[in-house]
Design a protein around this ligand. Sequence first.
Ligand code: ATP
Ligand code: MG
Length: 214
Amino acid sequence: MSTEMTLSADSEPKRIGVLGGTFDPIHIGHLIIADEVRHQLALDRVVFVPARVSPLKQDDGTRFVQEQRFEMVRRAIEGNPAFAVSRVDLDREPPSYTVDTLRLLRQKLGDQHSYWFIMGADSLALLSHWRNPKGLLQMARLAVVSRPEHELDLGSLEERIPGLGSATDMIPGLQIGISSSEIRDRINQGLPVRYQVPKAVWECLSAYALAPQE
Ligand code: ATP
Ligand code: MG
């Protein structure tokens, strides 16, 4: 498996995407957007960064525990040399603010590389509520992917975070109506989710005995 550690600090400048998320569970939408951003921005590597989630939040219906979420990401990206997974947020004390995640990744991988933080339109809409958004933009450019039912209003976001527009690369052409929360709902209702996740993740879900067997 490739991990972020395979990029050594003294390597040639590379173009690196970072996709943070809870991945509860990872689905094909995550893989499709990572691959499309990689293609459109000519990235060398996309690093998936599973977030640490407060155990207090894991109380309603189907939720996967940290090591299950990590394992599903690992299995989902296996075999793609352009994809890697990082434990940087899992292995440190919460809260895991993205600005710190990016700082730590830059320390690990090297400042000579160019970084993009990849996010869906729903996440971008909340960016002004994140810890230190201006600092985040100093660590990475943003690669923003559209998402069904989530309007993008860069103009009003720019008012709240000056400099956002010029630090953002829009990734046109994708509208993928898949979400982890819908997958969890469907699992709870006994509805099929098999083809919303990669085969290896489906095998994990089956093994965790939280998905309907088919
Ligand atoms: P949940 O419903 O639990 O929030 P999710 O499907 O949004 O899950 P996350 O792990 O929250 O998955 O997402 C990680 C990142 O991937 C976020 O920036 C999110 O906007 C983006 N993302 C996830 N699914 C899509 C999608 N179908 N289209 C565009 N972006 C997506
Ligand atoms: Mg989400």
